[in-house]
Ligand binder design. Sequence first.
Ligand SMILES: NC(=O)c1ccc[n+]([C@@H]2O[C@H](COP(=O)([O-])OP(=O)(O)OC[C@H]3O[C@@H](n4cnc5c(N)ncnc54)[C@H](O)[C@@H]3O)[C@@H](O)[C@H]2O)c1
Length: 296
Amino acid sequence: MKVLISDGLSKKGQEILENAGIECVNEHYSPEELVEKIKDFECILVRSATKVPKEVIDAGEKLVCIARGGAGIDNIDHQYAKTKGIPTLNTPAANSASVAELAIAHMFSLARFLHKSNVTMRKGEWNKKEYKGIELNGKTLGLVGCGKIGQLTAGIANALGMKVIGCDPCVKDADGIDMVSFEDVLAKADFVSLHVPKQAEPVIGAAELAKMKDGVYLINCARGGVVDEAALLDALNSGKVAGAGIDVYVEEPTKNIDLVSHPNVSVTPHVGASTAEAQERVGTEIAEKIVAALKG
Ligand SMILES: NC(=O)c1ccc[n+]([C@@H]2O[C@H](COP(=O)([O-])OP(=O)(O)OC[C@H]3O[C@@H](n4cnc5c(N)ncnc54)[C@H](O)[C@@H]3O)[C@@H](O)[C@H]2O)c1
């Protein structure tokens, strides 16, 4: 049996597959090549870079399962795969702590101008007077989405002395989060952090930004498109949004240079899950799930 490892896998994960007698092929094919090559594999393992559309699933004559190392499976046509009896495996909780920490890191960065001073000091500037920050302690964090990552973010924020409010249609009660309406999150939060899956329409557009406090901070470590990038740029330019922390983009790699180079934006290139610990957990968990699917 052969697994195509398209976007990498930890050493430990690969060992688990090989010890189960599964051949691992580490190769990242172009979309066109993938349609050609997939026919030889019982499983394709991807992260976020490789897309698995209908054409790849149809060409994968031997596919027993599709695997995603990580949480979101929106880069896989998993509904279509399901209709063909091919399950999509993922590791929903393995990287939650890493994403929660990155969301908080962006809040610290914006609150203390780390994103700016890291750039200007390298140019020899000493802009001490420009970097009069704020504390997170005592501020209100508003969570849109209170699932695994939202709840872990709340735990860290509580420890920092933040008041945490949140909204979620499926979560009625969560430790350390005062559950309120979406409208209340928008109206009351000093920092709004998004932890929802990708949806058909942006969750935060011009209308929602207008309902937020003047000088609000917005964090998107969820998915590109959850925030309307054009509306966010307008709100940054007007000062309505004092700062935005962004890990995910409508298009990746993003070409929205106006947004990422905005002085009040702290940016990372979709690295929410990119920690040694998360990669180790993701690799081990997904490899064990693949072994169970192929050999079980
Ligand atoms: N930046 C990264 O690298 C990275 C890594 C992992 C996950 N993520 C993103 O983080 C998201 C959250 O992950 P999770 O593990 O917490 O998922 P989860 O499924 O545990 O929680 C998501 C929650 O969002 C809620 N929700 C959905 N739509 C909503 C809306 N419009 N308003 C309020 N709540 C809404 C759901 O009810 C659910 O409880 C993922 O869907 C993924 O897009 C990003």
